[in-house]
Design a binder for this molecule. Structure first.
Ligand code: UDX
Length: 473
């Protein structure tokens, strides 16, 4: 491959690591594992991806369609599958054949008990025990899933106490992912940073990881101790999520005054110290990471008796979820009541370009709308088929929730447009056509501030944008 050759030349000139193909095992083929496996194959390594669910293995082996939607992933899998990329449910054989093992299994949030809010490590522990039993020689075990602090010690302990005389030597490394869904493949190929946390003095692990990632420019590679690396992942998501929550707090003040949050955000974002990303106000963040990681951080702080710090993140967390109800309240007030009204909800995924609906604000918003007596029509280009998983037929208030194929059909005879996910096809709606189809006075509730309020009002529709106030024709 061209970049392998280039990397060799550049690193050869700079004295950096050279690309040496490694035999890699990736355990868990969720978003993180499947992208990690496919990208490592793209970087020239031989990769075995393992999942305990045989149906997923079958889909990855025979698809597309694959079990998840991630732009660019299909192409990578198809390019390397059957040659340097294979999928299997046989964990033991994959472990025995590998020199680097990535742990990418899920670490769900514990919902009950004393450790409520912390990560459930059942799957990580299970994989560690299997590695202990089946690994051979010097093996680097990489924590890729988001894990609590000091997981490296936990994994090391499990590895050492479950060894069965194979004589393997283990090197536990933290190498967290910072992939955002929808751009995960690009993020993995052009990362802001490659963070490698090793235990002090573990030069072997450091060298193997450098060789594994020789493709990346040296300036993006950051070596830290293993604990800093584990914490950096949580800190990263805490910074990003609280930045969004900060602009949303300002948006609430904008709603109470005549300021426009998009203008305030632009002004603030021009300060290079703050930067203009993650300043999009609206119905707040969702997804599989932010909520989970902020809750884990709160748990961790409390565990260390850092009550004031825990309060800080708890307040940001709670405000984020309050935004969902506030948005529905705005609809309720503007329409005088939601009872008997028809609302077209545009978007069900937690963000565009993914079919992932975990912690999607749309779920709570749809539930509240239906509970308030509205008829809800939901449209999503990729995740529409998941609506009924959350609102199964036969269970109240599911009878008032239907899935509709396209936005214009959903809007025909509707009282309100409720934008939850900023998919491209929703951005370019012809507002005059929308106005023609909706009941009068038609309302546009823009939960992601994608519409130009003037254009909406010019089409004879009422407009509310979060932090932009209400405008009428
Ligand atoms: C996030 C992190 O970005 C990624 O580094 C980490 O590894 C996993 O968590 P992801 O959850 O895929 O990635 O999506 P992201 O693009 O960060 O968006 C998260 C949520 O924030 C979405 O619901 C999005 O709509 C919302 N968001 C994002 C805003 O409300 N405003 C913004 O300005 C940006």
């Amino acid at each position: 491959m061209l970049y392998d050759a280039l990397t060799k030349i550049i690193n050869g000139m700079t004295g950096g690591p050279t690309m040496t193909p490694k035999q890699v095992c990736v355990v868990g083929t969720g978003y993180v594992g499947s992208v990690t496996g496919a990208v490592l194959a793209e970087l020239g390594h031989r990769v075995i991806c393992v999942d305990s669910n045989p149906e997923k293995v079958r889909q990855f082996t025979n698809g597309p369609p694959f079990p998840l939607l991630e732009p660019g992933l299909d192409e990578l899998i198809v390019r390397h599958r059957g040659r340097t990329l294979t999928f299997t449910a046989d964990l033991a054989t994959a472990i025995a054949a590998s020199e680097v093992i990535f742990v990418c299994v899920s670490t769900p949030t514990k919902l009950a008990g004393l450790a409520r809010g912390s990560f459930d490590m059942t799957y990580v522990d299970l994989v560690a025990r299997e590695i202990a039993k089946h690994a051979r020689g010097h093996v680097v075990v990489v924590e890729k899933s988001t894990v609590p602090l000091r997981t490296a010690e936990r994994i090391t302990e499990i590895l050492e106490s479950n060894m069965n005389g194979s004589g393997a030597t283990f090197h536990v490394v933290s190498n967290p992912e910072f992939l955002a869904e929808g751009t995960a493949v690009r993020d993995a190929l052009e990362p802001d940073r490659v963070l490698i946390g090793t235990k002090p003095g573990d030069d072997f692990a450091r060298r193997v990881m450098d060789e594994l990632y020789a493709y990346y420019p040296r300036e993006v590679t950051l070596h830290t101790n293993v604990w800093s690396s584990e914490l950096a992942k949580l800190a990263n998501n805490a910074f990003l999520s609280t930045k969004i929550t900060q602009i949303n707090a300002i948006a609430s003040l904008c709603d109470a005054s005549s300021a426009d949050v998009t203008e305030v955000g632009r002004a603030v974002g021009m300060d290079k110290r703050i930067g203009n990303k993650f300043l999009g106000a609206g119905i707040g963040w969702g997804g599989s990471c932010f909520g989970k990681d902020v809750r884990a951080l709160i748990y961790l702080l409390r565990n260390h008796h850092l009550e004031a710090e825990a309060h800080f993140y708890e307040a940001a967390h709670d405000l984020n979820y309050a935004l969902r109800e506030r948005f529905v309240m705005k609809m309720h007030q503007s329409l005088y009541s939601l009872r008997g009204k028809t609302v077209a909800v545009l978007g069900f995924a937690f963000k565009p370009d993914t079919d992932d609906v975990r912690d999607s604000p749309a779920i709570d918003i749809i539930r509240m709308l239906a509970e308030e007596g509205a008829s809800v029509r939901v449209v999503d280009p990729a995740a529409g088929h998941k609506v009924k998983e959350f609102f199964p037929d036969g269970n109240a208030p599911a009878e008032r929730i239907v899935v509709v194929k396209d936005a214009l059909s959903a809007l025909t005879g509707a009282d309100a447009l409720c934008l939850c996910t900023e998919w491209k096809e929703f951005r370019h709606l012809d507002m005059r056509e929308v106005a023609k189809r909706m009941n009068k006075p038609g309302w546009v509730f823009d939960g992601r501030n994608i519409y130009d309020p003037q254009a909406v009002v010019a089409a004879n529709l009422c407009h509310y944008g979060v932090g932009r106030g209400v405008r009428r024709p």
